[in-house]
Write a protein that binds this ligand. Structure first.
Ligand code: HEC
Length: 123
């Protein structure tokens, strides 16, 4: 009996450690930033072709995700704003100078979208 409880606690501790390791900020450098799963977020950004127009650090067709994170730093509505940006029809000034609709991913899983938004804001 006792043994099983210890095993369960061990598993719980291991799960918590894995969760901590997948945070956006490296475990050795704690920040007040939001926690997300960067691997899943980047996978979604690739799948949804976000990285065709966005780079992490360089201005491409669209602003770099680092620039977006800087723009929203300290903004309490950042997550909600970007969630809205990605799930509704938004006019954006495209690289060719034309105005077009920004990519809308409203059909994706809301939790996954939120995760990607937190990842962008953590750059
Ligand atoms: C066809 C090119 C293109 C694609 C594909 C694209 N974007 Fe963008 N994105 C832009 C442009 C251009 C802007 C700047 C819009 C403006 O300033 O009017 C922008 C702006 C943004 C912003 C900043 C919004 C703000 O409020 O400042 C975020 C965040 C963003 N995109 C995320 C994404 C994500 C995530 C995806 C994939 C689901 C994606 N984009 C796909 C071109 C693109």
């Amino acid at each position: 009996m006792m043994h099983n409880t210890q095993l369960a606690l061990g598993l719980l501790a291991a799960t918590l450690m894995v969760a901590a390791l997948s945070a956006c900020a490296p475990a050795t450098m704690p920040t007040a930033g939001p926690v997300c799963d960067p691997v899943a977020a980047k996978g979604m950004a690739l799948k949804d072709h976000c990285l065709t127009c966005h780079s992490m650090t360089k201005q491409k067709g669209g602003p770099s995700f680092k620039a977006v994170a800087m723009k929203y730093r300290g903004n309490a509505n950042a997550e909600a704003n970007l969630y809205g940006h990605l799930t509704s029809d938004n006019l954006a000034r495209m690289p060719d100078g034309e105005t077009g609709y920004h990519k809308c991913i409203v059909k994706e899983n809301p939790e996954k979208i939120r995760n990607m938004v937190r990842w962008i804001l953590a750059q």
